[in-house]
Structures are given as structure tokens and as C-alpha cells.
Design a protein around this ligand. Structure first.
Ligand code: SAH
Length: 406
């Protein structure tokens, strides 16, 4: 175990349980770094602050794991973190109509750099830190012991692969043991009574965005009779909810052709299953386009509902300023184009953009578009994606339901 001593005055965030410590806060590490290991973290005056994981090669050198000096740092500790996170989600295992949800949400569940989602009988893991890569076999074994999934598949988060020096690969675990990854079919699962299929190891994130579950149900409540534009639709989860809510028509736009084709497929299987109204196929259209450009060309007043769910526009704090401009511009154009009384569901999933920032961006947008906007609902990720107060970055998904008045 390393001993990491923090610079004078640089222990405040750590004492307040923020889990990340960057190189600038570290005064010394003993012994000298060779390979990643647990660390005892002390203040400049030598008192215990926390236990963590020290990795001199990670872009976050020290990741704090426990603030209890009595804890023992070993595999059992990691297994307990996994177990506790799963137990906290007990209610999800018996939720009617939903078999996809998040089991482990990284730092918010005290396990840095790992996200694990249940999809029916399978579990998908996304690894975004070397810590998670190293402990993956332990975490997979514990998930297997607790839940007996048919298979666990782990993929590297491409966004962090180079910063963390992570190999981009897919690892498969069956019966808790790592096996050779093989070509497999897709997995079918349900969210809020709607069927989905996700291709393993492909697609984005872990193949589906289960953080929007609650918000899709809210959007559905406003969709009746509306002409809906689902921008950044991916495989159409919002489209499916709008259809179930009685939308007159839904136009889905995304830059990914394969996602759009999959969207149509999912409309088909749900119409066939009687989950969405008959005639839904005819009411749905897809367009492969850059949504930021596409929205400029649409007819004024054509849509009475718009869903704006862009990808993460600010990956780091330094990108926040440009991202603010992009959020403002997207919302401004939507507000200019939407029919009077129209509903906009607008989102940001950038950790570096706070809820207040997003609100600022949409209020600038409304002012520039010359409209009034009412906030009808304030939206966030579901509770399987907890927000840890001591880790504000965990509040990454925020959104609003707006009514536009002119
Ligand atoms: N609303 C979706 C998730 C959206 S994720 C759901 O509920 O499942 C963001 C989507 O934006 C991805 O599908 C990605 O392919 C798409 N995308 C990224 N950049 C884009 C662009 N410039 N124009 C259109 N789509 C884009």
C-alpha cells in the first residue's frame, strides 16, 4: 500500500468525500510509483484522510474509496461495494415491465470508472478507468454470485481509453469466469412495458440509455395528438413513448443510419406486440442527418413537440463554454420553429454543464428567439443513477419540459 501525502490546504475536497485527487494536490508518494495499488492518504500534518487507489499513469492519479480508517482494503472490500450497490437497487428487480436498469454507477456507487447495466438476463459493463479494468474479474465474479446472469460483457469506454491507457476490448464472463468473447445475437429486454433489442458490444454506451427511463414516461404524457420531432433519436426510445402516448406522427433524426434502422425495427416489434397503437409504422419517419443543421431547415410551426437529447457536448470543463453556445443555439432554433404552445423536452448529459448552466442556456435561447417559455417539469436521471452530493459531477443528466408561448 502506498502512502500519499496531500499538499497543505489541498485536503479539503478529499475530506468532503470528493472521490478524485489530481496530481497538483499530491505532495509525496512512498514508495515511488511502480504499479497501481491501494493508498493510505494523509494530510500535510500526517493524519488519516481516506483510503484510495493510486495510479501514477491515470489522468486521475488518486481515486478515493473509503473515509473509514477501520476499513480493510482488499478484494472483500470491492465485493462489498458491489453487493451494497445491488442491494440498494432491490426495488428494480421487481419493477413491472422493466428489465433494464443500472446496477453500478461508478463513483456514485463508490466504485470508480465502472458502469454496469442489467439487460434482462445479461449484464453489460463499461470500463472507463484502469481501476475498473484491474478489478473487473472481481466485480464480474461478485455480480455473477449475486445475480447469476447468463453472461457478463465488458467494453472499454472509448472516450477514456487513451487518457487512461486502456486497451479497447470486449471481455466476456460466464459463470463468473472470463471466457473467450464469441459472436452472439442481440438481447431483448423491456423498459416501462416497451420491448427493445440491443446488440452486444456494439452500439453506444452499453447499447441503450437507461438513464432516460423516467423522462421517457413523462414525455409520453404530453405526446397525444402532437407532431413530434425526436432529434438525436438513437434507436428511438423517445419515439416509441411518443407513439404510445398517441402522437399524430414522429420524425426521428440521428446521424447514425444503423441506429435509425434499428429504431424502425423496434417500432415494428412493438406494434406487432400491441404495445404501441396500430398504424405506428406509418406515423414514423427517419432521417439520417446532422441534427444541428437539420433543425434549421424545418418548416415553422410544423411540430408541436420536440425532443432535444444531444450527445455529451462538453467532455471536460474546458469544453463547457463552447458547449453552452451549442446548447443555446440548438434550443433557440427549436423555440423559433415550434408551434405556439408546443412542448420541448430538452436535455444535457454533460457532467461539466451544471443544471444552472443549462437553465441559463435555455433562458438566453428563449430571449433570442423572442418567446416566453414555461418550465413544466425539471428532469434528471432515474434513481438507479444516483447523484452523490459529495460528487457534483454525478449529476450529469439534466433536462426540462418547456412549454413555448409566443
Ligand atoms: N435519445 C436517445 C439517446 C440519444 S444519444 C435515447 O433516448 O435513446 C445521442 C445520439 O445523438 C446518438 O444516437 C448519436 O448517434 C447522435 N448524434 C451525435 N451527433 C449527432 C449529430 N450531429 N446529429 C444527429 N445526431 C447525432
Amino acid at each position: 500500500m502506498y502512502t500519499v501525502s496531500l499538499n497543505e490546504g489541498k485536503d479539503k475536497a478529499a475530506r468532503h468525500h470528493h472521490p478524485w485527487v489530481f496530481s497538483g494536490a499530491i505532495s509525496s508518494v512512498t514508495p515511488a510509483f511502480t504499479s497501481p495499488d491501494y493508498a493510505r492518504v494523509i494530510s500535510s500534518s500526517g493524519d488519516f484522510v481516506a483510503y484510495g487507489w493510486y495510479d501514477g499513469k491515470s489522468h486521475i492519479m488518486l481515486r478515493l474509496l473509503s473515509w473509514d480508517s477501520e476499513d480493510t482494503m482488499d478484494e472483500g472490500f470491492i465485493r462489498k461495494r458491489v453487493r451494497d450497490a445491488v442491494v440498494r437497487r432491490k426495488a428494480f428487480f421487481s419493477m413491472p415491465g422493466t428489465t433494464a436498469f443500472r446496477l453500478l454507477h461508478g463513483e456514485a456507487d463508490f466504485l470508480p470508472g465502472i458502469a454496469a447495466d442489467a439487460y434482462g438476463k445479461e449484464i453489460r459493463i463499461i470500463v472507463s478507468a484502469r481501476f475498473a479494468d484491474i478489478f473487473l474479474p472481481v466485480i464480474a465474479a461478485e455480480l455473477d454470485r449475486l445475480l447469476s446472469p447468463s453472461l457478463i460483457e465488458a467494453v472499454t469506454d472509448r472516450q477514456y481509453a487513451s487518457a487512461e491507457g486502456l486497451p479497447e476490448r470486449i471481455r466476456t464472463f460466464i459463470g463468473g469466469r472470463e471466457t473467450k468473447s464469441a459472436e452472439r445475437g442481440s438481447v431483448r429486454f423491456m423498459e416501462s412495458g416497451i420491448w427493445y433489442e440491443a446488440a452486444p458490444g456494439r452500439g453506444q454506451k452499453s447499447g441503450f440509455y437507461c438513464d432516460q427511463r423516467d423522462n421517457r414516461n413523462i414525455v409520453e404524457q404530453y405526446a397525444a395528438g402532437r407532431r413530434v420531432l425526436d432529434l438525436f433519436s438513437y434507436t428511438g426510445a423517445f419515439t416509441l413513448h411518443a407513439l404510445r402516448g398517441g402522437a399524430a406522427e414522429v420524425d426521428a433524426v440521428d446521424s447514425s443510419e444503423s441506429a435509425l434502422r434499428h429504431l424502425l425495427y423496434q417500432v415494428h416489434i412493438n406494434e406487432d406486440a400491441g404495445v404501441i397503437p396500430a398504424g405506428s409504422r406509418e406515423r414514423t419517419s427517419i432521417t439520417e442527418a446532422n441534427a444541428f443543421e437539420y433543425i434549421r431547415g424545418i418548416e415553422d410551426g410544423r411540430y408541436s413537440m420536440m425532443i432535444l437529447d444531444p450527445p455529451k457536448l462538453a467532455k471536460t470543463k474546458s469544453m463547457a463554454e463552447n458547449a453552452m453556445k451549442a446548447y443555446k443555439d440548438l434550443n433557440r432554433v427549436a423555440m423559433m420553429k415550434i408551434a405556439d404552445g408546443g412542448i420541448i423536452a430538452t436535455f444535457s448529459c454533460s457532467g461539466a454543464i451544471s443544471r444552472e448552466d443549462l437553465r441559463k442556456a435555455i433562458s438566453w435561447a428563449a430571449s433570442d428567439a423572442g418567446v416566453e417559455a414555461e418550465i413544466l417539469r425539471t428532469l434528471s436521471a432515474g434513481e438507479d443513477h444516483p447523484v452523490r452530493l459529495s460528487f457534483p459531477e454525478s449529476e450529469y443528466l439534466k433536462g426540462y419540459i418547456l412549454r413555448i408561448l409566443r
